[in-house]
Design a protein around this ligand. Structure first.
Ligand code: MN
Length: 727
């Protein structure tokens, strides 16, 4: 097992500014926290985090990542909490540990490729800091290396997860050494027979292959040296899983032993790469169509190399990769190879002189590299498929109860979720169970949440929902529902109102509707498209049914009932416009914006009051307080549910009746109370009664119910005030 000093020395070798004391402290802390815990193999548990830290140093990650590696299982498996970590090691390390812990808690249930891709994206999205993902990969590498003592079911589950999620992620991040190792280890547990077959075949041909490799290496090395190149030539069998895949794809056994060798030539510079290629091709004939230039066109994961296949010794096809040492480092460590450390300033001196924290500097350098890396990619589609970490940050990945992953924009709520599954589910949603806990519709979904929609057959979408859904599809489905529903209601109501108005004028509406000419004439005059529109306009209160009657049957010009000139031809448009104009804001009627609103005089509603709307013939909607007796008299058919728009600023005139004792000075105290509440009395009406009391009615502007309540409370406290109520 690596001890604290081993790890500290490894980190110091590549990050001179590392806080080694913090590293030693993390080592001791984790060792103590895991004390007494054993792995399945019987070893102390701490062997695992110590190995993970070692693997992290192989990737040359910064000291914070190494600390996170040591501490990565502490929160999940011991009594220590995230708070403890933060107190002892700071917020940065605590966040990294927390990120790794969260990744460990994702439950993968992937069945299809598309789902696997979503899981991979989710893992990246949850690793806000790329270091979280790297630490998690190192954790997985150690887990896979030490899986032999686990139960077969667990082995298979973890191996599948590794094959589907973590090996492809290692590939995306360009960490080829992890990708190959994770694939081979998963292969071993997922297809033991195939694994045995391939490894045996590779082993039995080992000697022959070694001779062949030695032959090729010797030929190439001497040729290159003769041309003056300092080249490092090697060859070895490809990793087992790639051989297996090749065998399966070609439906052949392992006969061509040379086919599984990858030869590699490492040289000093890019121009040496191309010159070396020339040397190779002049010695052995290249196979057309097999040359690939990943130097000019790097892979999305930054892999760079020249690949060629030639007819080698014994007329065997051999594959040769040519790259610089620097490119090789990147091929091995991928994104981690881009982590640059500032050299410790010569002479030591002020340490953090200049005010830039060393760890910040490392982080910024990293970010710069990452951005550069992303900018360099040519193909936007590949760019997306690559590790565009911040791009995934705009998305949130959640589960259906069946374990499918669904993707939403950040800020999406269960409403978006329900509508994405089915419009009907969306229309009926009342709430959601999120990870088993009931949450409201406004709940903002988080990565990894399991969402179960709760519905009711009586539920209907409301306009408020538009404010807390994040997908355009949910929004348009809600709008659609509201429009249709409200339109149907208005249509029915408009028709009824018009029928009554026609009956009153002794004209038959059905007759009019049957008479095409007359009807078209009337609609033209009203500038309305069709009969449906006509009813809807009346139902919405945009059009007075009387105006329709006047249009259809103009009154006798000699009669007494002559309508005012303003209602004659041309003026109708004006009337419609007048009615449609929203002069009183602040009221929201389900689905309708352009509705005329007036406040009932009987109860004078104030923002905050529980209110009810009543569609008035030709006058839009009248607002009553819900308890108002007049509101009870209204036709239930014409009642509509409305609410105050919380964002609108409205000032309404209200009246308060204040009953006081009829003594001098009281009125002065009352009016003083108003002014201390910041209220200007617009009108005061005071009357002394015979019973020694005075009744005072004050009229003033007030913004909402809560302000009114405050004033009323203050007034009640004034000495001599007997009663305060809304007039
Ligand atoms: Mn672990």
């Amino acid at each position: 097992m690596l001890n604290a000093e081993d790890i500290a020395q490894r980190v110091r070798a590549y990050q001179p500014s590392a806080d080694l004391d913090l590293l030693r402290k993390a080592y001791a802390f984790a060792e103590r926290a895991h004390e007494g815990q054993k792995r399945k193999s019987g070893e102390p548990y701490f062997v695992h985090p110590a190995s993970v830290a070692g693997i992290i140093t192989d990737l040359r990650l910064d000291h914070a990542s190494v600390c996170a590696g040591l501490l990565h299982d502490v929160v999940e498996d011991t009594l220590a909490t995230k708070k403890d970590i933060e107190r002892e090691f700071g917020a940065e390390i605590a966040e990294l540990v927390d990120g790794v812990t969260k990744l460990s808690q994702i439950n993968f249930v992937s069945k299809e490729d598309k789902q696997a891709e979503n899981f991979r994206k989710m893992v990246v999205a949850m690793s806000r800091d790329i270091r979280v993902l790297l630490v998690k990969l190192c954790d997985r590498v150690d887990n896979m290396r030490t899986m032999e003592h686990m139960k077969p079911e667990a082995q298979e589950r973890i191996a599948r997860e590794t094959m589907e999620i973590y090996a492809p992620l290692a590939n995306r991040l360009g960490i080829m050494k992890f990708k190959s190792e994770l694939e081979d280890l998963s292969f071993k547990y997922l297809e033991p027979d195939g694994y045995a077959e391939v490894s045996e075949a590779v082993a039995t041909t080992q000697k022959e292959r070694d001779r062949y490799i030695a032959d090729v290496v010797k030929t190439l090395s001497s040729r290159l040296a003769g041309q003056g190149f300092a080249a490092d030539v090697s060859g070895r069998a490809k990793h087992l899983y790639s051989i297996w895949r090749k065998m399966k794809a070609n439906q052949v056994g392992l006969e061509a032993v040379h086919d599984i060798i990858a030869f590699r030539i490492l040289v000093e510079s890019v121009s040496d790469c191309y010159a070396t290629l020339g040397v190779v091709h002049s010695k052995w004939t290249p196979i057309p169509g097999r040359f690939k230039d990943y130097i000019a066109l790097p892979k999305p994961n930054m892999y760079q190399s020249l690949h060629t296949t030639v007819i080698g010794p014994g007329r065997e096809r051999i594959e040769i990769q040519i790259r610089t040492h620097e490119m090789h480092k990147v091929a091995d460590a991928g994104i981690a190879a881009h982590w640059k450390y500032k050299e410790r300033a010569a002479g030591g001196g002020g340490g953090n002189a200049g005010g830039v924290d060393a760890s910040d500097e490392a982080r910024f350098g990293w970010l710069r590299q990452l951005m550069q890396w992303q900018k360099d990619l040519k193909d936007p589609a590949e760019f997306l498929e690559g590790v565009k970490v911040d791009l995934f940050q705009d998305e949130v990945y959640v589960f259906t109860p069946k374990g499918e992953v669904r993707v939403f924009p950040r800020g999406a709520t269960p409403i978006d979720f329900a509508y994405q599954i089915h419009s009907e589910l969306g229309n009926r949603i009342t709430g959601a169970r999120v990870n088993g806990k009931i949450e409201p519709l406004r709940y903002k979904m988080r990565n990894g949440d399991v969402i179960e929609v709760m519905t009711s057959t009586t539920q209907q979408p409301s306009k408020d929902w538009l404010e807390f859904c994040a997908t355009t599809s949910a929004r348009s489905k809600i709008r659609n529902f509201l429009r249709t529903e409200q339109r149907e209601k208005s249509l029915k109501l408009g028709k009824e109102l018009l029928e009554r108005e026609f009956a009153r004028a002794s004209i038959s509406l059905p007759k009019l509707l049957k008479n095409d000419n007359e009807l078209r004439h009337a609609l033209e005059q009203l500038k309305i498209g069709n009969v449906e529109e006509l009813f809807v306009s009346i139902g919405y209160g945009k059009l007075d049914p009387k105006a329709v009657v006047t249009t259809v049957a103009p009154p006798d010009p000699n009669g007494k009932d002559t309508p005012p000139a303003s209602l004659k031809e041309g003026a109708l448009e004006g009337l419609v416009r007048k009615v449609t104009k929203r002069d009183e804001g602040g009221i929201r009627l389900n689905g309708i914006d352009d509705v005329l609103v007036r406040y009932a005089k009987c109860c004078n509603p104030l923002p905050g009051d529980d209110i009810l709307g009543f569609i008035t013939r030709g006058r839009g909607v009248t607002i009553h307080r819900r308890g108002c007796t007049k509101a009870f008299d209204t036709d239930p058919e014409r009642r509509v549910e409305i609410s105050w728009d919380s964002k609108a600023k409205i000032n309404r005139t209200v009246q308060l009746k204040v009953v006081t004792a009829n003594r001098p000075g009281i009125l002065a105290n009352v009016s003083h109370t108003f002014s201390t509440q910041g209220i200007n009395i617009a009108e005061a009406n005071c009357r002394a009664g015979d019973d020694g009391r005075a009744v005072n009615v004050f009229t003033f502007m007030c913004s909402d119910l809560s302000q009114l309540k405050v004033v009323m409370k203050a007034l009640q406290k004034v000495t001599g005030v007997v009663e305060v109520e809304r007039a």
